[in-house]
Design a protein around this ligand. Structure first.
Ligand code: F6R
Length: 247
């Protein structure tokens, strides 16, 4: 596991975007796994800048998003479809046919989830997976539990996630309670993983992850310790509990 503790969110975003850029330059038809949420917004901004100012080419890049709320219309401003379009895709020369975001409005959702994993596998698998992390250690929407799903599935969001996500909605009652999410197995199949975390709210869970001593399904992100190619970039605020126990 490679760990970078950087000064602030700006540095985190620039570093993450540079890693993504290097991978696209090495493999023009890179398959990216993408996350939503506030953490990668700065990285996406920097990728847009690199596209506009440095000609970073996304024309052959494909992407698979981690998750989407269930039964939310695509045009809802808080749908992950809308988020990805607003924060990234509409500014890039990415081919919309190569963009994949779980569809929370399908009829046969179980079959759809299996097909989503198959589509990832058939396309050659995710080369670089970008991840944020929940305060409770969730990655994608794999919430802490005794048992975790390997494949893409429908999940109930925990109270703490609903509360954390309510900052994007006008009231907590509006936050969807269920989501489609890639499973732990789908994520672990990615060839490279880049996990980002900023801000002091993430400090306790980042401390556990950076200590790297134990894995537990009660801290889904800890399972990443079993992956052979994980890079973690955290800002000083998110690293503060880890750094203070080291002193
Ligand atoms: C989003 C996702 C989530 C977020 C996590 C952190 O697609 O899969 O796991 O990465 O909830 O969210 P932020 O970045 O808003 O703190």
């Amino acid at each position: 596991m490679k760990i970078f503790i950087v000064k602030d969110y700006l540095e985190l975003s620039t570093k993450a975007a540079n890693i993504i850029k290097e991978e696209i330059e090495k493999k023009t038809n890179l398959i990216l796994g993408l996350a939503t949420g506030s953490t990668p917004e700065g990285t996406y901004k920097e990728l847009i800048r690199m596209h506009k100012e440095e000609g970073l080419d996304f024309s052959k890049v494909s992407s698979f998003n981690l998750d989407e709320y269930l039964n939310i219309s695509y045009s809802h401003p808080n749908s992950y479809h809308a988020f990805m379009d607003e924060k990234l895709f509409k500014y890039l020369n990415i081919d919309k046919n190569n963009v994949h975001i779980p569809d929370g409005n399908v009829k046969n959702v179980e079959e759809y989830c299996k097909d989503y994993d198959k589509l990832i596998d058939d396309s050659g698998g995710i080369d670089l997976q970008i991840l944020g992390i929940g305060q409770n250690g969730h990655i994608a929407f794999n919430e802490p539990d005794d048992r975790l799903y390997l494949g893409t599935h429908v999940t109930n969001l925990t109270e703490s996630t609903i509360k954390a996500n309510s900052r994007f909605f006008s009231s907590i009652d509006e936050v969807p309670k269920k989501a489609i999410t890639m499973g732990i197995g789908s994520i672990m199949k990615a060839k490279k993983i880049l996990l980002l975390a900023n801000g002091e709210k993430k400090a306790p869970v980042i401390k556990e992850l950076l200590q790297g001593e134990m894995i537990s399904t009660q801290n889904p992100a800890s399972l990443l310790l079993l992956h052979p190619d994980v890079t973690i970039i955290v800002d000083e605020e998110a690293a503060k509990d880890y750094l203070s126990q080291k002193k």
